[in-house]
Every structure is written in structure tokens, then in C-alpha cells.
Design a protein. Sequence first.
Length: 149
Amino acid sequence: MTQAKTAPSQSDSKEWEPQIVAFCCNWCSYAGADLAGTSRIQYAPNARIIRVNCTGRITPEFILSALEMGADGVLVSGCHPGDCHYTNGNLKARARWALMEKAIEQSGLNPRRVRLQWASASEAQVFADGVNKLTEQVRELGPIRREWK
């Protein structure tokens, strides 16, 4: 005797949503993200924020590890160049960015899965726009598991 198939549940038909990890500088972008929340600025709920002291602390290994651990995209958001609380940390992050993109590409992933942006504590909309843009880019690319070789 065979069992009858049941109709797919609502959870089976749920569309995939990208998971974004956002590394935010403690002094500017994290405060900008907080301001976006308190100002009720709407942005994609896909981002999980990790507060770091400075974007100068972010290495390619941080980004690759986030992607390997299940993130579909990574946002790095920090103080504007020249406004770093640690003098030149964001300049170091900007200098490393080309290396990070190359590491992403060499790992077999599309570099559009990562984004670097500058957002001060008063630029809540800039932060929100960055999350939205990266979420849309990653949504177009699809789940990361398709790309790993």
C-alpha cells in the first residue's frame, strides 16, 4: 500500500532570503545602524551586525570565514576616510579591499557578495541603503552553496 502525498506546507514554499553579515565600526557605522533603528528607517532585515572597534581590524579571513559559515554576503561599514578614531584604520581597510575582493574571487565566489561602505554615526540612511543594495545584489546571485567549487 502506498502513502498519499501531502500538499507542500507553507514553509516549503517560502522563498530563500540572503543572510548578510555586517561588520560595523564601533564609532561610526554601528552608531549609524543604531540611529537607523531608532529613526525607524526601513531596511532589509537580512543583516546581522557585528560590532568591531575599527574596519582596519577586518582581514580577508574575517570575510571568507563569514561566507564559509553560512553568510551569503558581507558588508563592511566604517568611518569615512580621514575620520577614523584610530587615525588611519579605515585607510588600512580601504587599502586591503582590493586584496579582499581578489581573495573572494579566487575562492570561487562572486565579488558582488561583499561591499565596503563609509557611513558616519549621523548617516543612518547611508547605512540602510548599503544593506538594501547588498541584499538585492546577493538575492540576484542566489544562495552561496551554488557557487562553491
